[in-house]
Design a protein around this ligand. Structure first.
Ligand SMILES: *Cc1c(COP(=O)(O)O)cnc(C)c1O
Length: 389
């Protein structure tokens, strides 16, 4: 099998017990475990509201769409975003007929607050910040800019389940972000099958998400009748042409079973990163590492290095039964977003030189020694120690 980039590890018995409960109760859809998970996630993170949905992508789509409608944004208004992300982030902007304006990243691979400032125009309405690899980057500076300039802020926290600041607080809490969206997709830090969570401190937003994610259905007016002993349980009103984005009890059950192990798993990810870093820091001219700010306790979704000949290294590692990945090719390289091509030199550099090394619960100390040995051999012997610049 070799050493894969990602492999989810499940606490199988705990997951099965949760699923069994759903099956025996005859309740696998929305509600029940989804509500239980929402409560646990609010406790774990400190977000005031949390709504369990079927993916982070759905959450991002709904986040942009809801803000656009609520604040009366026009088509072609702008949202500042990063080219270095999974395509969901930028599609969320496009899907709402808004324009993604690309700002550059810094040495944390997250949005550079200076570049964000430079891209603000009178059409800018919001910023989407991606906590790349679990990193907080300079998020707090972006929060400050958004508050000063009256911009909304969405945090794509797909890689950030478990990320904290050193003081224990979770990025985006206390009103720092308007909307925070997590992913519990199969290879993320809190793996289920597919699911996610959309969080906010704003009761109004949470109320809208719950309707929009369920076709726009509003049961509230009739729920009152039901609790008063009425017979209109089957009646509801429809307020939006909504979507079908809600999560289900099976996925929520798996998330509930996994949550108690998230901090432990993330700590092991950071240990793996430390082992990699120790081996690579001897080659500062040849291997570039991603900066993690001192106040960030990263969820370490990824461990990445930048090297001169990324594609060659990739082939060499594959030849040695090691299967890394690339996160990400700059979205401005795709034809859809090529209007932004060449505007973000640091993201372009990362896109051409970056490689994500195996990081999951099944990677051992010996594996890391083996992988780092092969990487160093390729760079120092085969490529004769050429600089990555
Ligand atoms: C995985 C990912 C998403 C999408 O998450 P899904 O739950 O699979 O929809 C969005 N943004 C980033 C940065 C991701 O890595």
């Amino acid at each position: 099998m070799g050493i894969q980039l990602f492999k989810a590890s499940f606490n199988v018995e705990a997951c099965l017990a949760q699923v069994r409960e759903c099956l025996e109760k005859g309740w696998t859809g929305m509600g029940f475990k989804t509500v239980e998970f929402e409560e646990e996630w609010k406790k774990y993170t400190g977000h005031k509201y949390a709504y369990f949905i079927n993916s982070n992508t759905a959450g991002l789509y709904m986040a942009v769409d809801t803000l656009k409608e609520l604040y009366g944004w026009e088509d072609d208004d702008e949202i500042i975003s990063t080219p270095l992300t999974f395509i969901s982030t930028n599609h969320a902007i496009t899907k709402s007929n808004l324009k993604a304006v690309f700002a550059d990243v810094d040495d944390t691979l997250c949005l550079d607050p200076k570049s964000v400032e430079e891209h603000i125009t009178d059409k800018t309405r919001a910023v989407i910040f991606v906590g790349f690899g679990g990193n907080t980057g300079k998020f707090k500076e972006v929060v400050k800019t958004c508050k000063e300039r009256g911009l909304k802020l969405i945090l794509d926290a797909a890689h950030m389940s478990g990320t904290r600041y050193k003081d224990g607080s979770v990025p985006g809490t206390n009103g720092d972000a308007d909307i925070i969206v997590y992913s519990y997709q199969a290879v993320k830090n809190l793996p289920t099958g597919d699911s996610g969570c959309i969080c906010t401190d704003d009761a109004k937003l949470d109320e809208i998400f719950r309707k929009k994610a369920w076709l726009g259905i509003n049961k509230d007016t009739y729920a009152r009748t039901v609790s008063a002993g009425g017979t209109y349980k089957w009646k509801y009103d429809v307020e939006y042409a909504g979507d079908k984005y809600n999560g289900n009890a099976i996925m929520a059950g798996i998330a509930l079973a996994q949550l108690p192990y998230l901090d432990r798993d993330n700590a092991y990810r950071r240990t793996l990163a430390q082992w990699y870093t120790e081996a690579f820091s001897k080659y500062p001219g040849q291997i570039s590492l991603v900066k993690i700010p001192d106040d960030c306790v990263t969820a370490q979704h990824l461990f990445q290095i930048m090297v001169k000949d990324r594609d060659g290294l990739m082939m060499y590692l594959n030849g040695n039964d090691i299967y890394p990945g690339v996160h990400y090719i700059a979205n401005t390289d795709y034809c859809m977003y090529e209007y932004g091509k060449g505007t973000c030199p640091k993201a372009d550099f990362a896109s051409a030189h970056i490689i994500s090394l195996p990081i999951h619960m099944g990677v051992t100390f010996e594996d890391v020694q083996y992988i780092t040995g092969i990487v160093v051999k390729y760079i120092m012997e085969i490529r004769k120690g050429e600089s990555y610049k």
